[in-house]
Design a protein around this ligand. Structure first.
Ligand code: DMJ
Length: 683
């Protein structure tokens, strides 16, 4: 806080009917001073006493005010903002850049919410031939763009109004709040440390292979791999079953499990965890669980709901999950559901620029941006293409891919990039980048880079613009963002903010080693692989150097050799949300190099998840403090991506079956849902 400017007197503005006649501050001050002198000693004492009292009150209430803001980062409410509702800035707040060295509490991969004081502070961008895939027969269906009457759907957990989805969510959360508090009180001491021996009772995955007709089911791992790998695969299955047990018991059909309070939370009210987990169950060979979930999809899942959903999150988690399940199982149910959802998401693209809005009401067929801006997040509008393109391929209806490809076409030719690096926002009216000047590979930009490469691979490596943008961006990353730490020479990817380098890296950036390795595997420059190897080491060190063996959400790096530690986790950044990016990259690195150290690292990470995030009785929870093994601080939330991505990538990392979702046949969307690589067109 800055001290107030020194004053020799107290300037009081007392009510004066003639005050309007004063035309400058000097006169006003003189008048006040005169009035003050006219007051009796008692009156003056009384006023001074009241002012002193007011000052004390302000000082006393200051911690709770600051605590309120801290709450945005350290409590679950902020967690909600973190991944998804960054764009949902409450009225009166503006997202502003966090100070590089500040202990800014509510950081969202580099952003936090503060009351905007200065318009200048408004956020600036700081998120060989491929074998032909054997595909299940596609039933071509006439496209129907059904629209239900507004408000036709009422659901116990989803508001039947469309006013404010965030508000709806909050209502559910508030109602659950008291019960949660009660439940938490019952947990006398939770230390996270818990490894339960569960007997593996599940039959091995199906070994039925109908290569020519259906994608293969996973082979029986026990029959094909050495003991250590079998144990590791079993450990992942056990982890999944432990998580699923609680989801089934306390959150069945709801979006997310709250494992501590043994309850659930809703986001879209679409059974997010159920759908995100489907293909993981199939891959892990958890047949019974898969069958139950499939039955829920068949009987309960309806998109005919008056609910606002986020286009990006719904696309990568639900549309991607359904499409991937269709490919793995050949079950028409999943394609029908995917097409229904895809058609309900299409209104998002009806904007002046064709850059989609962030939110769609899938029941009403309306779309809109967040209330306070007409911008969309760059990563969000450029990370829906794999799914929309695949939907068109399967349905023979071009509308989905046309809309998604148009976004890429527009962004490709857009001015405002910095050696291939893109700003974090794009305006849905003008179609131009907005809030230029900040460049990151973390939140809001991350999957733009990932999807450039993956679309190019998906399309049979024919779309040159995508490759060009990807190669240029990686050159930009190397030039502007890649640096090494002083003490231990760890390579990391920092951020650029108005030409100022910030040595900070979100855990989200740990997708990059895997993506770089995938590019190198597909014929891109060898130095991409060199960089992947170095960054992979750093991402692992972000886990290893923390007391719990789990990475913080954001790491800061020391650039000076004298600084001692390479990796620093600031208090506001010490949470861990069970994120997948590091194990995702470990999977790619192991597939391409066969270096067993990557498996060892993944094994270490799984052990740490089991020790500090596994909840007795069922479920895994995100935690508050990776630096405190005695009290990691459960946050009471199991994100759907823990089952959809983290455990899936760990399983694939430990599997010796390189044909299990071969990286020459499948491309994983950014939520780890595998989609087929299309055959190259004849030359
Ligand atoms: C997931 O939803 C996806 O991986 C997305 O690309 C980034 N955020 C989460 C996982 O961290």
């Amino acid at each position: 806080m800055y001290p107030p400017p020194r004053k020799d007197f107290i300037a009081l503005t007392l009510s004066d009917p003639h005050s309007h006649s004063y035309n400058n501050g000097k006169h006003r001050r003189q008048s006040c001073w005169r009035k003050w002198k006219q007051l009796s000693r008692l009156q003056r004492s009384l006023i001074l006493f009241l002012l002193a009292l007011l000052l004390i009150l302000v000082l006393v209430s200051y911690p709770s005010i600051t605590e309120h803001w801290r709450g945005l980062s350290e409590k679950e409410d902020w967690l909600e903002l973190k991944d998804r509702d960054l764009h949902m800035v409450p009225p009166g707040l503006n997202p502003v850049l966090r100070l590089p060295e500040g202990n800014a509490p509510a950081s969202v991969a580099g952003l936090h919410m503060e009351p905007a004081e200065d318009p200048q502070d408004l956020m600036e961008p700081r998120g060989p031939h491929i074998p032909v895939l054997a595909r299940p027969p596609t039933k071509r269906k006439p496209f129907s763009n059904k629209r239900p009457p507004p408000g036709s759907q009422k659901d116990g957990n989803v508001s039947d109004t469309v006013s404010d989805p965030k508000q709806n969510h909050e209502v559910v959360r508030e109602e659950a709040g008291e019960e949660e508090e009660e439940e938490k009180k019952k947990i006398v001491s939770w230390r996270g440390a818990m490894i339960e021996a569960e007997l593996a009772t599940e039959p091995p995955p199906s070994a039925n292979e109908k290569e020519a007709v259906e994608p293969r089911a996973p082979a029986d791992p026990a029959a094909t791999v050495p003991q250590q790998a079998t144990d590791q695969l079993e450990a992942v299955r056990d982890a999944f079953k432990h998580a699923w047990k609680a989801y089934k018991e306390y959150a069945w059909g709801h979006d997310e499990l709250k494992p501590i309070s043994k309850s659930f939370s809703e986001w879209f009210g679409l059974g997010l965890t159920m759908i995100d987990s489907l293909d993981t169950m199939w891959i892990l060979g958890l047949k019974e669980e898969f069958a139950e979930a499939r039955s829920w999809v068949e009987k309960e899942l309806s998109f005919d709901k008056n609910v606002d959903v986020n286009l990006f999150e719904t696309t990568i988690r639900i549309l991607g999950g359904l499409l991937s399940c269709y490919h793995l199982t050949g079950d028409q149910l999943f394609l029908d559901k995917a097409q229904d959802l895809g058609s309900r998401l299409m209104p998002a693209f009806k904007t002046p620029s064709k850059i989609p809005f962030s939110d769609v009401n899938i029941g009403k067929g309306t779309a809109h941006p967040p209330r306070w801006t007409s911008d969309s997040t760059l990563a969000e509008v450029t990370s829906i293409q794999l799914e929309f393109r695949e939907l068109s391929h399967l349905t023979q209806d071009p509308q989905y891919q046309d809309a998604a490809n148009e976004v890429m076409r527009l962004v490709h030719k857009l001015p405002g990039k910095h050696d291939g690096l893109v700003p974090m926002f794009i305006n849905t009216n003008s179609g131009q980048f907005s809030h230029k000047g900040v460049f990151t590979l973390g939140a809001r930009a991350d999957s733009y880079y990932e999807y450039l490469l993956k679309q190019w691979i998906q399309g049979g490596k024919t779309e040159d613009n995508l490759l060009e943008d990807y190669l240029q961006a990686i050159e930009g990353v190397k030039k502007h963002l890649v640096r090494q730490t002083g003490p231990g020479r760890l390579t990391f990817v920092g951020e650029l903010s108005h030409n100022r380098f910030n040595p900070k890296m979100d855990h989200l950036v740990c997708f990059l080693p895997g993506t770089l390795a995938l590019g190198a595997h597909n014929g891109l420059p060898g130095d991409h692989m060199d960089l992947a190897v170095q960054l992979m080491e750093t991402c692992y060190q972000m886990y290893k150097r923390m007391e719990t063996g789990l990475s913080p959400e954001i790491a800061h790096f020391s650039m000076q050799a004298s600084e001692g530690q390479d990796v620093i986790a600031k208090p506001a950044d010490r949470h861990n949300l069970l994120r997948p990016e590091t194990v995702e990259s470990l999977f790619y690195m192991h597939r391409f190099t066969k270096d067993s150290k990557y498996r060892d690292w993944g094994w270490d990470i799984l052990q740490s998840f089991n020790k500090y995030t596994k909840v007795p009785g069922g479920g895994y929870t995100s935690i508050n403090n990776v630096g405190d093994p005695a009290n990691p601080g459960p946050r009471d939330k199991m994100e759907s991506f823990f089952l959809g991505e983290t455990l899936k990538y760990l399983y694939l990392l430990f599997s010796d079956d390189m044909e299990l979702l071969s990286l020459d046949k499948y491309i994983f969307n950014t939520e780890a849902h595998p989609l087929p690589i299309w055959p190259s067109p004849p030359k």
